[in-house]
Design a protein around this ligand. Structure first.
Ligand SMILES: [Fe+2]
Ligand SMILES: [Fe+2]
Length: 186
């Protein structure tokens, strides 16, 4: 049996990967733990989003991807994580036409913004704009910060992964450990 050496390249890669994963996960949860525990945010589990992905799973996915991009680019990663988590807090069934007045594409960022303002006393103007502009360029509000652009990009990336049914494949292959852990955090 081959002994594992601390100088083995794959062993060192695995250790670095685990440390980086843990540091990123801990930092992410530090930004959003209060929101993840909130009943309002948890209630997104009841609403389906793309295919069989709940609105909650999608929002955590977007939030974590935006957080990682913002951290890598030395942006305000807390605003990206919080805004990403709240960007789809519209809290109704999109198929229920009586739940919103017009087109879902235009209506839901405004509904999410109102719910987020009600939920958070400390919602910043940057976070408000992240929520309102996440559908840009389809929706009316433009992103006013790099973090808003990152959340909008993360939303489109995650939606594509979900619509192509790749989210469950990535989850099964253990490619999304931090996202899966954050989804079951509360
Ligand atoms: Fe959305
Ligand atoms: Fe979204």
């Amino acid at each position: 049996m081959k002994a594992i050496s601390v100088f083995d390249e794959s062993y060192i890669t695995k250790v670095i990967y685990s440390m980086s994963y843990l540091l990123n996960y801990e930092s992410y949860v530090g930004c959003v733990s209060e929101l993840l525990k909130s009943q309002t945010v948890q209630s997104m589990r009841r609403h389906h989003h793309h295919c069989d992905i709940s609105c909650y799973e999608h929002s955590v996915f977007v939030s974590y991807v935006a957080f990682r991009m913002a951290r890598r680019l030395k942006c305000d990663y807390q605003a990206a994580a919080r805004g990403g988590l709240l960007h789809d807090l519209y809290l109704y069934d999109p198929d229920d036409k009586s739940a919103h007045p017009g087109y879902q594409c235009f209506d839901h960022p405004v509904a999410a913004w109102k719910n987020a303002k009600e939920l958070c006393d400390d919602l910043t103007p940057k976070e408000e704009n992240i929520i309102l502009s996440h559908m840009w360029p389809m929706a009316r509000h433009r992103p006013h910060s790099r973090e808003a652009v990152l959340v909008s990009l993360a939303d489109k990336f995650c939606a594509t992964v979900e619509l192509l049914h790749l989210f469950h494949v990535m989850r099964r292959r253990d490619h999304l450990p931090a996202v899966v852990k954050a989804i079951s955090f509360a």
